[in-house]
Design a protein around this ligand. Sequence first.
Ligand code: IMP
Length: 433
Amino acid sequence: MPTLAIIGAQWGDEGKGKITDYLAEDSDAVVRFQGGNNAGHTIVIGDNVFKLHLLPSGVLREGKLAIIGNGVVVNMDDMAEEIKQITDAGLSIDGLRISDRAHLIQNYHKKLDGAEEIYRGKNSVGTTKKGIGPTYQDKIARYGFRAGDILEPELVREKAEFILPMKKDLLKMMHAEECQCTVEKFEDKFKRWGETFGKYVCDTSVLINDMIDEGKNILFEGAQGAMLDIDHGTYPYVTSSSTVGGGICSGSGVAPNRIDNVVGCLKAYTTRVGEGPFVTELEGEAEEELQKKGGEFGVTTGRGRRCGWLDLVVAEHAARLCGFTHWAITKLDVLNDYDKIYVCTGYDVDGKVLKHFPASLSKLEKAKPIYKEFDGWDSWDDSEKIIKDGYDALPKNMRTYIEFIEEYTKIPASIISIGPKRSETIDRFGKWF
Ligand code: IMP
């Protein structure tokens, strides 16, 4: 079956952008199924640098469809800016498709996101303030606007007449910035969006399933990572969507038996943005060193990411929830020149060893990582030669590190990434579709 998914195995920022771009080469469509413009990756094509937050990576490749599934939340105005970046560079976005069931982020959602964070005080989640959480709240509460509404703007008024006063009152109560929107302005906005983006809106579940029936190659592109999943992540320090395997199905309208392979993108160490538990987090200079070596600063927020050693308790949790059939291990080169490297294989909580990631925040707070020590490896001068000669040309200690991950998780490390460039990739599997 020609379907493949890629999902981050940690807290996002695993280097999925590069791997997605690599895997997208042989795909006919790239589908996003959750999240919104809280994600971020940079793609370099020739002299052009594109910073994408919402649009699937495939949008930059001619002849492919870039599909925004029903599980995604869409900010139409921010999307317009992303599209402008692309069209200004002379590229087309003809392949864009947006699910008519995808929910729309409104300005009041962004304001509410900020206000909620202030109320949470020291318990703040550290959201991207893009309005992601409040938009999903409205979806579940059954008063969200959907992309299909831009095709029928005349029907928006009736909904806006009860939703807008409710949001205005809510913002006032929360001492947040006022919402200036009127029902008329709202209706106009939907009309404008309809004129600009209406042609891209359709039933993407039918589209994707038809493509699968025709034997076309579909790549599902996860955003954020398994540990930020609303159910299985480090709740409440999570995002508001389903980032694990099941999210592919609910977020794109594709049944579970239609997903073939799932690649888990695993960074060779761990990072997280925002608040929340992080058992293997480093401190002080050690953290700064890894942050600097790995260039760990957010594309969406610019924030420095928290950094620590690889945690295989996390990897096991993600693999179980996502059904990974392969690993893509990224940023291994960032660990070059360390004398010793550590991998966490369990948590010590009050003298008891945990092998599975617990739900309890208090357990996670007390958890002490149980580390296995590895000898480091030196950096190399000639990446090209390593790429040409393949896996066996990698430093021996790096291979020992990779093989330990494979053995522990029982998942093959099929893609090894040793640099930011597309070419700096060792593919041990090859036939993805
Ligand atoms: P939200 O998704 O903006 O609601 O933020 C919730 C949490 O998810 C925060 O800790 C964010 O930093 C984190 N988050 C959201 N998107 C990403 C991402 O693409 N990479 C890493 N962390 C993310």
